[in-house]
Write a protein of this length. Structure first.
Length: 582
C-alpha cells in the first residue's frame, strides 16, 4: 500500500513539474518573448551645434538594420561617409556625436565638442556616398553602402543647429534558446508521470515495491567473485550498468535525454554568434585602407564633371568650369576659349564623356590631396581618354586637372580593384624608375633626338606622340630661315602622381611645360606666328622674338624593377596656354 501511495505522489509531482516546465518554454515564445526592437532616444536639452555625427559602431551594435528617426524644423540632411571622411569634413566645427547607448538601452549617449559656430553646408560634397534630404521628419534605415565602416552626418545648412530630436531603433535579440528544450523536457516529464500512474507492479514483488532491490541483492550474493572483479575494472562495470536498465528506470533516462537536448540548443546558439564587426577587428589591429571612392560615388562625380565641362565648352566660359575643373585642364580650356572666340577654325578641346566608363583607378591613400583616374570614351572621343581628378581637401570637391587621350593601339595597364597604392613621385620601390625619373626622361627625349633615354622609352607605332613631336620640331628648325629656334619640355614636379599597377609596375601622370623659343637671326628679320598664337600674343609678327608655351598632359608606364622592358608613353596631348613677344 505504501508503495502505491509513493508511486502516485511521484507521478503527480512529475506531471506538475512537466506542466510548469512546458509552460515556461511556451511563455518564452509568447507572453515572455523579448520585444523585436529596442528604441533609444537622445536626451532633451542637448547643446546646439551645426553638425551631429553618428558613430560608426552604432550600426553594428546589434545584428540587423538600425532605423533612425529625426524630427526638426525646416529642411535638413543626413549623409553617409567613411568615418575618417566625416571627421575630416567636420574639422574644427562645433558638433555633437551620438556615441553609444545607455546600459538599459533606452537613452542615446550624446557628447558635445566645442568649436566654430558654423560650417559650410555639407550638401553636394563628394565625400558622401549617399544623402537623404527631409523636411520636418526623416525615417532612415541605416544600411552600409559598401564593405567597411560608415558614419553619418546630420546637418541643416551649416549655420543653423542640427535637429536634436533623434531616436534610434535597434533589432533586439529575440532568441530563446531554452524554449524548445523546456517544452521537450516538460512533455517528457508529463509522459513519465502518466506512465508511472498506469504502471502496475509485477506479481510477487514486495508490497513496498522493493523487488528491484531484492534482485540486486540476490545477484550480489550469487556472484561475489564477479563483484570483486567489477571493483577492479571500473570501466567494464560502467558499461555493464548502462547496458542493463531496470524497467522502472525509464524516467531517469528521459530526463537525461531532455537535458542533452537543452545543452545542444545552447551550443547551437553559441555557434551562431556573429563575427566581430570591422570596427571591432580594427581595434585589435590596423584595418586595411579603404578606397577613397566607391563605384556609384565615382560615377556621380564623373557625371557632374562632364556636365560642367559641357556647359563651359558650349558657352566658351571658363568661369562655368571652375567648380569642377582646375590645374592644367582649366588653363588649357580657358585659353582654348579665348583663341576660338577670335579664330573660328581653331579646334576645340576633346569633350569629356562619362557615358562609357572603361576603367577606374582609385587611390586608397586616405590623406589629402587625393587623386583618382578614369578611362572613358563617348561621342566626340576619337580614342579613349584618361581623366585625372584631384580633391585638394575634405571640404573641396574633385576637380578635373588632366584630360589625356590614350596613344593609338595602347593597352592600358592592368589595375587592381578595391583601391590602388599611390607612390611618392621620387619613390622607386620595386620599380625600374620613379615617377619623377620617368617624366623627366620623357621630357629629355622630347627635347632631343639624341637623348640618352632614347632606348629607355618605347617608340614607333605604340608611342607616335614622341615621333610626331620630334618631327614637328625638326621641321620648324629647317623651315625657319629667318630665325633660331629651341624647344624644351620640362617636368612640373608638383604635378606628378604615381599609381602602382597590377603587375608590380606603375603609371606616372603629370604635366610637362613645353616652351617654343624663337629669335630672329639678323636685324630686320621678322618671325610670324599662327592665328592661334596671335590671339594670345596680340599680333602676328615680331622682330624681337617670341615665346610660345604649351601644357603637355602625359602618362608613362614604368615596368617593375628587373624587367627588360622599356618605359612606355600611354597617353599624351598638348594645348597652347601662352604666347608673347620678347
Amino acid at each position: 500500500m505504501m508503495g502505491n501511495i509513493l508511486r502516485f505522489k511521484t507521478a503527480v509531482a512529475l506531471v506538475l513539474l512537466g506542466l510548469l516546465t512546458l509552460l515556461a518554454g511556451i511563455g518564452q515564445k509568447t507572453f515572455w518573448a523579448p520585444p523585436e526592437t529596442v528604441t533609444a532616444t537622445a536626451p532633451a536639452g542637448a547643446t546646439a551645434a551645426p553638425l551631429t555625427v553618428f558613430d560608426e559602431k552604432l550600426r553594428t551594435l546589434h545584428d540587423g538594420t538600425v532605423t533612425i528617426t529625426v524630427k526638426g524644423e525646416g529642411s535638413f540632411m543626413l549623409a553617409a561617409g567613411r568615418p575618417d571622411d566625416v571627421e575630416a569634413w567636420v574639422g574644427t566645427a562645433a558638433h555633437n556625436t551620438v556615441s553609444g547607448v545607455s546600459d538599459d538601452g533606452k537613452a542615446l549617449q550624446l557628447t558635445h565638442a566645442d568649436g566654430e559656430a558654423t560650417a559650410p553646408s555639407p550638401a553636394g560634397s563628394d565625400l558622401w556616398v549617399t544623402t537623404e534630404n527631409a523636411s520636418g521628419e526623416l525615417k532612415y534605415n541605416w544600411t552600409p553602402p559598401a564593405d567597411g565602416d560608415w558614419a553619418l552626418l546630420l546637418a541643416t545648412d551649416g549655420t543653423k543647429p542640427a535637429p536634436t530630436s533623434i531616436t534610434m531603433t535597434f533589432p533586439n535579440d529575440t532568441s530563446t534558446p531554452w524554449a524548445v528544450p523546456f517544452m521537450v523536457l516538460g512533455g517528457l516529464l508529463i509522459l513519465a508521470g502518466a506512465a508511472l500512474l498506469l504502471l502496475k507492479p509485477k506479481p510477487g514483488s514486495g508490497a513496498d515495491g522493493s523487488a528491484g532491490g531484492s534482485m540486486f541483492a540476490r545477484r550480489a550474493q550469487a556472484k561475489p567473485a564477479a563483484r570483486e572483479q567489477a571493483g577492479s575494472e571500473k570501466l567494464s562495470v560502467e558499461r555493464a550498468a548502462v547496458s542493463w536498465r531496470p524497467r522502472r528506470s525509464g524516467v531517469v533516462v528521459a530526463v537525461l535525454t531532455a537535458t542533452a537536448v537543452a545543452g545542444s540548443g545552447v551550443a547551437a546558439q553559441a555557434s551562431q554568434t556573429p563575427a566581430p564587426s570591422p570596427s571591432a577587428s580594427a581595434a585589435a589591429g590596423q584595418a586595411p585602407a579603404a578606397p577613397v571612392l566607391v563605384d556609384a560615388q565615382f560615377r556621380r562625380i564623373l557625371e557632374q564633371v562632364a556636365s560642367a565641362v559641357d556647359a563651359g565648352d558650349a558657352a566658351k566660359d571658363a568661369a562655368t568650369l571652375e567648380p569642377r575643373v582646375a590645374g592644367p585642364e582649366l588653363e588649357v580650356r580657358t585659353q582654348n576659349y579665348k583663341i576660338r572666340s577670335q579664330v573660328g577654325s581653331y579646334e576645340a578641346r576633346m569633350p569629356v564623356r562619362a557615358t562609357k566608363l572603361l576603367t577606374t583607378v582609385v587611390t586608397d591613400k586616405r590623406s589629402w590631396p587625393r587623386t583618382v583616374m578614369a578611362v572613358t570614351q563617348g561621342e566626340g572621343n576619337v580614342v579613349p581618354q584618361l581623366l585625372t581628378l584631384t580633391q585638394a581637401g575634405p571640404r573641396e570637391n574633385y576637380k578635373l586637372v588632366l584630360t589625356t587621350p590614350l596613344q593609338p593601339g595602347t593597352t592600358f595597364p592592368g589595375i587592381a580593384r578595391g583601391g590602388n597604392e599611390t607612390l611618392a613621385p621620387a619613390d622607386k620601390s620595386g620599380l625600374a624608375n620613379s615617377g619623377e625619373e620617368a617624366l623627366g626622361a620623357l621630357g629629355d627625349r622630347l627635347n632631343s633626338a639624341d637623348s640618352a633615354y632614347k632606348d629607355k622609352l618605347a617608340e614607333g607605332e605604340s608611342s607616335p606622340y614622341i615621333a610626331d613631336t620630334l618631327a614637328y620640331q625638326t621641321d620648324v628648325v629647317n623651315s625657319g630661315v629667318n630665325g633660331t629656334f629651341s624647344f624644351t619640355h620640362k617636368m612640373v614636379p608638383e604635378s606628378v602622381v604615381v599609381f602602382r599597377t597590377a603587375d608590380g609596375g606603375a603609371l606616372a601622370l603629370g604635366r610637362l611645360d613645353f616652351a617654343f623659343d624663337g629669335t630672329p637671326k639678323a636685324a630686320g628679320d621678322k618671325l610670324t606666328i599662327g592665328d592661334d598664337a596671335a590671339a594670345l600674343a596680340g599680333g602676328k609678327e615680331t622682330s624681337t622674338g617670341m615665346l610660345l608655351n604649351f601644357a603637355e598632359s602625359v602618362a608613362v608606364y614604368i615596368p617593375p624593377a628587373g624587367s627588360p622592358d622599356p618605359m612606355k608613353l600611354v597617353a599624351a596631348t598638348r594645348g597652347l596656354v601662352g604666347a608673347s613677344f620678347k
